[in-house]
Design a protein around this ligand. Structure first.
Ligand code: OOG
Ligand code: MG
Length: 264
């Protein structure tokens, strides 16, 4: 995939996304102005954003695969997965109150997260390679927050916006992968005591490790690898659920415990 944007446009669009992320306001999707923008352009903008955040002292803690389940692709009207980076500033503890005042229109997702103990390098990375390199898995709630008006976007724009990454909460009961049959792990998402979504981890590319392998292969295309000790989210199992101040969300996972967060 080729880039079409020049350096100046990449910087300008990166600054636009950074402003919307840090000051929590909605912007039109980037393809409105650049209709021929490609996925490679989206990743070039995301890479610029990552460099800026790191320069500002944010620490890269891992990556996320997104749009890896049919439920998510259908909800967002896209047909391909994507990846984004995760920093320490996005991390929140279990049982905490997550502020919505610095978010545009947050939604929650339940995901399986991997913590790696060996580096992973593409191209050609497979789900087996990922399982081999995994230290343990744990459940996660991701809080996504598209910076695009109405939470509507195309792949090029969402990739530039770092896959809507905003906050994430890892927790529950960490487990070794060889003790689990990951695809059949069930997940139930509750909001204010009512079940709002449910699914099994197989919804994520038949096996969540396949989503992590896909992520490593996209990283390889960008000339990057996944270092040992990375925290990687494999993508929402179900559709994402909108949250508002006062909401209490619990993600319950078979074998992996549960994670609870409140929104303030
Ligand atoms: C893009 C991010 C998707 C997931 O888990 O599928 C994502 C979006 O839906 O805004 O994080
Ligand atoms: Mg997600």
């Amino acid at each position: 995939m080729k880039t079409t944007l020049n350096r100046e446009a990449i910087i300008r669009l990166c600054e636009r996304v950074e402003g919307a992320q840090t000051r929590a306001y909605a912007i039109p999707k980037l393809t409105d102005e650049y209709p021929s923008m490609t996925m490679a352009d989206g990743y070039a903008i995301q890479t610029e954003l990552r460099k800026r955040f790191i320069e500002q002292g944010h620490k890269l803690v891992g990556w996320k695969a997104g749009l890896t389940s049919r439920a998510k692709m259908k909800q967002m009207g896209v047909d391909q997965p994507s990846i984004g980076f995760l920093t320490d500033k996005m991390s929140r503890p279990e049982n905490s109150v997550i502020s919505t005042s610095d978010l545009v229109h947050p939604r929650v997702e339940c995901e399986i997260a991997f913590v790696t103990r060996e580096r992973l390098v593409g191209p050609g990375c497979t789900a087996e390679d990922v399982l081999q390199a995994t230290d343990y898995v744990l459940p996660a709630i991701e809080v996504i927050d598209s910076r695009f008006s109405g939470f509507k976007f195309d792949l090029e724009s969402v990739v530039a916006d770092n896959g809507s990454s905003a906050r994430f909460v890892g927790g529950g009961r960490p487990r070794y992968v060889d003790e689990l049959d990951l695809p059949t792990i069930g997940a139930v998402l509750e909001k204010n005591g009512e079940i709002v979504e449910m699914g099994a981890a197989a919804a994520v590319m038949d096996h969540p490790a396949a989503a992590v392998a896909m992520l490593v292969n996209i990283l390889a295309e960008m000339g990057e690898e996944l270092p040992a000790g990375s925290f990687v989210m494999s993508g929402g199992i179900t559709a994402a659920v909108a949250v508002s101040p006062g909401d209490h969300v619990i993600a319950r996972f078979q074998e992996l415990g549960s994670i609870s967060v409140r929104f303030g």
